[in-house]
Design a protein around this ligand. Structure first.
Ligand code: GTP
Ligand code: MG
Length: 462
């Protein structure tokens, strides 16, 4: 039994709007400049993921259907659920023209596609299996890995995202190569040595692939170093950072846009709209500036090679001061999405101090009539309708104060002494209110425990 969904493809206008962000600006990160052409060369399309070119019908092995070894049939309800969470909706300008459920005559019989089985279908289709299906159905067939890659490819804007996709394509290229060589071998050609080189055709191809992989990794490493540099510059400026995480399409980008008013952000109703880590400044109730980090969304059972290549992007999260976990509370799968996100966070080895202070936000409450939170300690909001944001800002501020050890204090300051100047340098001065006495003022500051200790030592007797 398997479920496949047939789609008709219409090529629509692709959204080519470049979104710019400081992380991608080579002029900012210092000397290590990586050119666009260098990246584009590596991003060059090798894997035919051009789903939907032409007007052929294609079959896509459905991504989000659960197939445990015992489960052999899909019930109607499961089918509906599969549609509700389907990747299908996110391929813009595509419509479902047909659905086919195939069931084995005997539930025990697991291998209905000859050599292929469910496991390989959900993760990756082997090239022979792909060919078999294509020949049998007379249409192009894409597996889940290829579909996700396709979406990633279409949404990639920055250099890092492009390179990570290119890296994720390497295993595909490798298995394709193996298959081609196996075919050649059958015809007696694949393992022959190329004259004078001492290498077989297969070995040459493998070497080229390895070289490509190393080159991509090296370029990514250079970008990563640049990111580290930017991060330490940010740290020097002492802006606390808040990472906004959550399942794909839960509203992370929308929320950051609402919190920061950053017009450059583009929330979209599609999976993996955000493939790059971008940073946006916002203000808390005390006027303290925080940086919100927008991250790539999670998807359950994301092909693990893709997680591998994207988890580097998430290393920023481990360095942040606070995590907001956004949940689409209107989604039928919201509970399993939460479990999934927390599992991924655990695997990323996020430090305990961050895991224990996560602010859980229930987003899209506007879609639910009379929302009644059943879980304690969560914050109902609507990022789109901008509801509940003040409470959230307040909570973020409390979290930041705790995690950074900062506090807000009102200090009596002698204006004739260097106190105020010192505070401006070492802390964030929010308000200066002159008192009745010309020389004294009440100064509201956000100050770290360490800085306050030094302040007292320096000025306690004045
Ligand atoms: N009704 C409603 N829709 C929302 C709300 N917040 C976000 N959305 C919609 O949800 C969709 C996804 O929003 P994004 O902000 O792009 O989601 P994301 O989590 O950044 O998604 P990825 O970057 O793909 O992981 C968009 O169509 C938003 O308009 C909300 O509070 N209410
Ligand atoms: Mg996003």
């Amino acid at each position: 039994m398997d479920i496949t969904i047939s789609l008709s493809a219409e090529q629509g206008n692709r959204n080519t709007t470049e979104h710019s962000n400081a992380e991608d600006d080579d002029t900012e990160g210092g000397e290590d400049v990586i050119g666009d052409s260098e990246v584009d060369e590596l991003f060059h399309q090798f894997v035919p993921t051009a789903i939907g070119d032409g007007d052929h019908r294609v079959f896509i092995v459905h991504p989000d259907v659960k197939w445990g070894s015992k489960k052999q049939y899909l019930t109607t309800a499961e089918l509906q659920m599969a549609e509700a969470v389907g990747l299908v909706q996110t391929l813009q300008n595509w419509t479902v023209v047909d659905k086919v459920i195939m069931s084995t005559k005997t539930p025990e019989k697991r291998k209905i596609f000859g050599k292929g089985n469910f496991q390989t279908l959900t993760e990756r289709l082997s090239p022979p299996a792909e060919r078999e299906l294509q020949e049998a159905w007379g249409v192009k067939v894409f597996d889940r890995y290829t579909v996700v890659l396709h979406i990633f490819r279409r949404n990639a804007r920055t250099k890092e995202a492009k390179l990570q996709i290119s890296l994720a394509e390497i295993p595909l290229l490798r298995s394709r190569l193996k298959n081609e060589v196996a075919n050649l071998d059958q015809q007696g050609g694949g393992s022959r040595y190329i004259m004078g080189s001492g290498e077989t055709a297969m070995e040459v191809q493998q070497r080229l692939l390895k070289e490509r992989e190393l080159k991509i990794q090296a370029t990514l490493e250079r970008l990563r170093r640049k990111r580290h540099l930017l991060r330490s510059q940010r740290k020097n400026k002492d802006f606390p950072t808040v990472s906004v995480m959550g399942y794909t399409n839960c509203g992370k980008t929308t929320l950051i846009k609402a919190l920061t008013g950053d017009a450059g952000l583009q929330p979209k109703d599609q999976l993996f709209a955000t493939l790059d880590v971008t940073v946006h400044a916002g203000e808390l109730p005390s006027h303290m500036t925080v940086l919100y980090v927008d991250t790539i969304g999670f998807l359950s059972q994301l092909p693990h090679q893709l997680i591998d290549s994207f988890s580097a992007t998430l290393e920023d999260v481990t360095h942040s001061d606070l995590i907001i976990h956004v949940r689409d509370i209107s989604h039928p799968e919201t509970v399993s999405q939460k479990v999934n996100v927390l599992n991924v966070l655990k695997n990323l080895q996020i430090p305990d101090r961050l895991m224990n202070t996560i602010i859980e936000v229930h987003n899209k409450v506007d879609l639910i009539s009379e929302y009644d939170p059943t879980e304690p300690d969560c914050l109902p909001i609507s990022a789109l309708k901008e509801l509940g944001l003040e409470d959230l800002r307040q909570k973020v501020e409390e979290g930041i104060m705790k995690s950074t050890g900062k506090q807000i204090l009102s200090l009596k300051v002698d204006l004739s002494s260097p106190q105020l100047g010192w505070l401006y340098k070492e802390a964030t001065v929010q308000e200066v209110e002159a008192g009745g006495d010309d020389c004294m003022a009440t100064v509201k500051v956000i100050i770290s425990a360490a800085a306050y200790g030094r302040y007292r030592k320096l000025f306690q007797n004045t």
